[in-house]
Design a protein around this ligand. Structure first.
Ligand code: GLY
Length: 422
């Protein structure tokens, strides 16, 4: 079969890499890709957000069997709806399903309606009403979330009135995150975080492995929030009982609730959880795979990814048996100096292949090919991944490979994979 993957980050490279290993896959088209080169993968430069009809023409001309949508934006804009209306098989929910991620107010009301554990909340649709509420607050921290997509910057843990006012001003007055219909104000929950993934065909569910994403820029979980600086799986302290509890209290009620709302959700549900002393609670949902979590998942997945994707779309996930490598996986992000704020691009990246000889797989994120050289093209540049039975050996392998890779401004965390790190 021929598969089309949409997106251009490390997540999509990992998906293409895994798909390329399938005997069932003849060719993978990747729109629009990045600097990565992978067997069977052809990169295509087409604007799938603006040129839907061009996209459809391409899908029909190339006789593509399945489209895998990586990022949330096309999902929230209804690309799945459009493709499904044109008889294309798509992995990724419709815009109604994507509300789980793309309308945080909708998601909170959904969780409340279906008794899915989450922090207490209130939704405000204008500056004056939330400003009044802030005056009444007598305990910090609290969490403020812009309801719509905000390029990963729309959530803020605030510690005092002035931080809270600055955020609501950014949202409602300065419109820093574009047009937002509101702000969710919610309790701050304490506990370790975990990213949980489940495939669903709308009825059946298959849990994937949980992953810990290290979101802070600096070692020890300090510094600003990022898209993710590294990931590990399995997670220390994760048990079968916890998985059962999460499935029963969160994943199944989510899928059933969506169906009850008239939404047949086909794709991945990514629940960002916090493990509080009173049990797991949902911090947020995402309607797509995580980045860099996917890089870890694909390294540990033994099953053929096309079987999982096909069963998700065809409604036959109940017939699939998923297999995982019994090893640790580790992913370290190499970022550009200055990320997540301002950084320069266009620096040549050297020695990726040499680093891979150490036994790692380097997924490209913010890279591109320029004048036949691989150069930096984003904040998160590369995701260096490895697997091993022993985490300490794995850390040594991955970090020794990282030392070899060279580009101007290379920055990475040194503590990913150390026990009990945030
Ligand atoms: N790593 C977090 C995310 O993909 O949203």
């Amino acid at each position: 079969m021929k598969v089309l993957v949409l997106g251009e980050g490390g997540r999509e490279h990992a998906i293409c890499w895994k798909l390329s290993q399938s005997q069932k896959v003849e060719e993978i088209f990747w729109i629009k890709g990045n600097g990565a080169c992978e067997e069977k993968v052809t990169k295509v430069d087409l604007d799938y957000l603006k040129d839907r009809h061009g996209l459809l023409k391409f899908i029909k001309e190339k006789n593509i069997s399945i489209v895998v949508i990586g990022p949330e934006l096309p999902l929230s804009e209804g690309l799945t709806n459009f493709l499904q209306e044109n008889k294309v098989k798509v992995f990724g929910p419709t815009k109604e399903g994507a509300q789980l991620e793309c309308d945080k107010g909708w998601a909170k009301k959904f969780m409340h309606k279906y008794n899915i554990p989450t922090a207490r909340f209130n939704i405000f649709t204008d500056y004056e009403s939330i400003a009044k509420e802030i005056l009444k607050l007598n305990a910090y921290p609290v969490v403020l979330k812009a309801t719509g997509l905000a390029a990963g910057k729309g959530v803020k843990i605030v510690n005092n009135d002035s931080e809270a006012h600055a955020f609501i001003e950014d949202v409602f007055v300065k419109k820093k995150f574009g047009v937002q219909s509101g702000i969710v104000l919610e309790d701050y929950l304490h506990g370790p975080e975990v990213s949980v993934f489940a495939l669903t065909d709308g009825y059946n569910v298959i849990n994937l492995i949980p992953v810990r994403d290290h979101k802070q820029l600096l070692d020890g979980g300090k510094g600003p929030n990022t898209g993710g600086m590294g990931a590990i799986s399995p997670i220390p302290g994760w048990t079968k009982d916890l998985e059962k509890q999460v499935t029963k209290e969160i994943i199944l009620p989510t899928v059933d609730g969506l169906r009850n709302e008239g939404i047949l959700y086909q794709g991945v549900i990514f629940a960002g959880l916090i493990l509080t002393p009173s049990g797991p609670q949902v911090l947020e949902y995402n309607c797509r795979f995580g980045d860099p979590e996917t890089q870890v998942i694909m390294r540990l997945l033994e099953s053929d990814l096309t079987d999982l994707i096909t069963a998700t779309i065809d409604g036959s996930l109940d017939t699939v048996n998923i297999k995982w490598k019994d090893e640790n996986a580790l992913c370290i992000i190499l970022a550009s100096q200055g990320y997540p704020e301002n950084y320069e691009k266009g620096f040549e990246i050297k020695n990726i292949e040499k680093a891979e000889k150490k036994g790692v797989k380097v997924f490209h994120a913010g890279t591109k090919i320029s004048e036949e050289k691989t150069v930096t093209n984003g904040g998160r540049v590369l995701a260096v991944t490895g697997t091993d039975k022993d985490m300490e050996n794995l850390r040594k392998t991955v970090y020794s490979a990282i030392e070899i890779i060279d580009f101007n401004g290379k920055y990475y965390r040194k503590d990913i994979g150390l026990t009990e790190n945030k």
